[in-house]
Design a protein around this ligand. Structure first.
Ligand code: NAD
Ligand code: DAU
Length: 342
C-alpha cells in the first residue's frame, strides 16, 4: 500500500484522514479525487498541501464518471481506494434523495468496477452506523446485525455496503468496510448539528433542536475515527466490516449543554422545533471487534465536543464565508418556516 486514491478527500472526514495518513506514513502518496460539491473545499487541504507538497495531489472528478476514475487509477498507479465520497446530510436526503442514490449507490459501483478492472485493488468503504437503523432498548449494533436503514441517506449507504460485499463474494475483491458514528471536529460543514449550533450560538441565533432533543447519538472525535480506519486498512481482515465509535451515546440536549458551557452562552438560545421526518431515535454500536485489533478512542464525548467548539471559535476564516454564501438559502429553506414547539 503506497498510492492511495482517497475519494471525497476534500470533505470533512476525508481531509482529516489525509492529514492523519500523510503525517503517519512518510512513504505514502495520496491522490484526493473529489467533485467539490458544496461540502468539498480545497481550503480543507491547504495546510496539508503546504506541508507535504507532491505527496498530495488533487484531481477534481465525479465518482460516477467511470472513465475519469479509471484514468486517475492508471495515471497515479493506484494500489488502494478509500471511498469517503458521498452525499452525507440526512436533512438534504429528505428534501431531495436523487444525488444520494447517484453518488452513494451508483458511484460506489463505479469505484468497485475500477478496482476490479485494475486487477482487484485493495478497496475500503467508509460507511455509517445509520445503516443499522434506530436501535431499541440497550442493544449496541453488531457488524453482523441486519441492515435496517430508514432515511434516503441511510438506505443509499446501506446499498453501497451491500454492493461492496457482493464484489468481494463474487469477484474476490479485497475489501473492508468501516461504519463510523457521528463525527465532529475541524472542517465539518456547518449544516451538521454541532458546527451549526456552535456557529449559530456565536452569532446569538437560536439553536433549532429537533423535537424533544432526547435522541441519542455517539459523538466521536474525527481523529479517533481516522485512526480506526487506519487500523482496519492495515490490520483488518479482508471481507470484514468494523464498527468505529465511542460505544456510548448521549442525548442531543446533553451535547448542547456542553457546547453552550464551552462557549459561555445561555440555555435560552435553545429552541425546540418540529422534528425531522422519520428521525432515528438512537444509534449506538458495539466496537469490540475493532478494539480487539488494538484501537481505542483518545477523546471522551465531552472532550470531543469541547475541542470542536474551540476549533470553530478559532477558525472563523473557515466558516464565515460558508455561512455568508449559498448556505443562507439552504438555512432559510430548512428552518425558515419550521414550527417552533417550545
Ligand atoms: P462531507 O459531506 O463533509 O464530504 C463529502 C465529500 O465527498 C465532499 O468533499 C464532496 O465534494 C465529495 N463528493 C460528493 N459527491 C461526490 C461525487 N459524486 N464524486 C466525488 N466526490 C464527491 O462528508 P463527511 O462527513 O466527511 O463523510 C465522509 C464519509 O463518511 C461519507 O461516506 C459518510 O457517509 C461517512 N460517514 C460520515 C459520518 C459523519 O458523522 N459525518 C459518520 C460516519 C460515516
Ligand atoms: O451517525 C453517523 C451519521 O451522522 C453520518 O452517517 C451522517 O453523514 C452525519 O450527517 C450524521 O447524521 P445525523 O443525522 O445523526 O447528524 P446531524 O448532525 O444532522 O444530526 C445529529 C442529531 O442532531 C440528530 O439527532 C438530529 C439533530 N439535529 C440536527 C440538526 C441539523 C437537530 O436537533 N437540529 C438540527 O438543526
Amino acid at each position: 500500500m503506497q498510492n492511495l486514491l482517497v475519494t471525497g478527500g476534500a470533505g470533512f472526514i476525508g481531509c482529516n484522514f489525509v492529514r492523519y495518513m500523510l503525517d503517519k506514513y512518510p512513504d505514502y502518496h495520496i491522490i484526493v479525487y473529489d467533485k467539490l460539491t458544496y461540502a468539498g473545499r480545497l481550503e480543507n487541504l491547504q495546510d496539508i498541501q503546504a506541508k507535504h507538497g507532491s505527496r498530495l495531489r488533487f484531481v477534481r472528478g465525479d465518482i460516477c464518471d467511470a472513465s475519469a476514475v479509471d484514468g486517475a487509477v492508471r495515471a497515479y498507479k493506484i494500489d488502494t481506494i478509500v471511498n469517503f465520497a458521498a452525499e452525507t446530510h440526512v436533512d438534504r436526503s429528505i428534501m431531495n434523495p436523487d444525488a444520494f442514490i447517484q453518488t452513494d449507490v451508483y458511484g460506489t459501483y463505479v469505484l468497485l468496477e475500477a478496482a476490479r478492472k485494475a486487477g482487484n485493488l485493495r478497496y475500503h468503504q467508509i460507511s455509517t452506523d445509520e445503516v443499522y437503523g434506530h436501535i431499541h432498548g440497550d442493544h449496541r449494533s453488531l457488524e453482523t446485525d441486519c441492515l435496517a436503514p430508514r432515511s434516503p441517506y441511510a438506505a443509499s449507504k446501506a446499498s453501497g455496503d451491500h454492493m461492496v460485499n457482493a464484489y468481494h463474494i463474487t469477484y474476490g475483491l479485497p475489501i473492508t468496510i468501516s461504519r463510523g458514528a457521528n463525527n465532529i471536529g475541524p472542517y465539518q460543514y456547518p449544516e451538521k448539528v454541532v458546527p451549526l449550533f456552535v456557529t449559530n450560538a456565536l452569532n446569538d441565533i437560536p439553536l433549532p433542536v429537533y423535537g424533544d432533543g432526547k435522541q441519542m447519538r455517539d459523538y466521536q472525535y474525527v481523529m479517533d475515527h481516522c485512526a480506526g480506519i487506519d487500523v482496519v486498512l492495515h490490520e483488518g481482515k479482508i471481507g470484514e466490516t468494523y464498527n468505529i465509535g465511542g460505544g456510548k451515546e448521549m442525548t442531543n440536549l446533553e451535547m448542547v449543554q456542553i457546547l453552550l458551557d464551552e462557549l459561555g452562552k445561555p440555555a435560552s438560545l435553545i429552541q425546540h422545533v418540529e422534528d425531522r421526518q422519520g428521525h432515528d431515535r438512537r444509534y449506538c454500536m458495539n466496537v469490540d471487534k475493532l478494539m480487539a485489533l488494538g484501537w481505542e478512542p483518545q477523546y471522551t464525548h465531552e472532550e470531543a465536543i469541547r475541542a470542536t467548539v474551540r476549533w470553530y471559535v478559532e477558525n472563523r476564516w473557515w466558516w464565515e464565508p460558508i455561512r455568508n454564501g449559498e448556505f443562507k438559502q439552504y438555512y432559510e429553506r430548512l428552518y425558515g418556516n419550521r414550527r417552533v414547539i417550545a
